[in-house]
Design a protein around this ligand. Sequence first.
Ligand code: DX5
Ligand code: ZN
Length: 218
Amino acid sequence: MNTIVSPSLLSADFLHLAQDVEMVNRSRAQWLHIDVMDGVFVPNLSFGFPILEAIAPIVKKPLDVHLMIVEPMKFVDRLAELGVHIMNVHYEVSPHLHRSLTAIRKAGMKSAVTLNPHTPVSVVEDVLEELDMVLLMSVNPGYGGQKFIEHSVEKVQRLREMIDKRQLSTLIEVDGGVNQQTGARLVAAGADALVAGSYVFGHADPLTAISGLCDLKR
Ligand code: DX5
Ligand code: ZN
């Protein structure tokens, strides 16, 4: 199976956002990754509904929305109304994770939990049935273009074993410092989906960069 690629809009050219969304539309990427930051959970701000509402009518790929915000469940209905495909909430801001995941599915979206680099994969063990995807951060969230944290490969392996042992179809996505080299190692370890920001949008030929990641096989 090909790897699912989710280019991160955070590294796009904000003065020519429509052009970059159209590049993703033409590409082999399966999803578009949207990074929402609040300056509270993470030490940075990115963008929110005005940008999401502007791109929703032109994007042809399902939206993979990564909420780096406290109280993400405040926005479940608005995200569902926009037609968001996957809603990722961070484990570290989710005291009632089971309730959140159930509500995301009830709103008609795919449910996903995101784990920071320090959060062990064992924390999802008792909610795996409620999860369509687990997003493992391979950098500390907040910025694009950071260095890949090596330990992430081991976390992918451990989560892959947990999912396979239970014969579940929960997807594993990895976000941060992904390029053709780190991507190949993550896919070999069991990742199904890769987020790539600076690698794709900083590449001389973004379509080829996306295609190379899509062709990675376990
Ligand atoms: C970081 C974001 C990422 C970011 C990845 O907090 O969650 O999605 O855009 O950027 P790269 O691929 O450049 O590490
Ligand atoms: Zn992200």
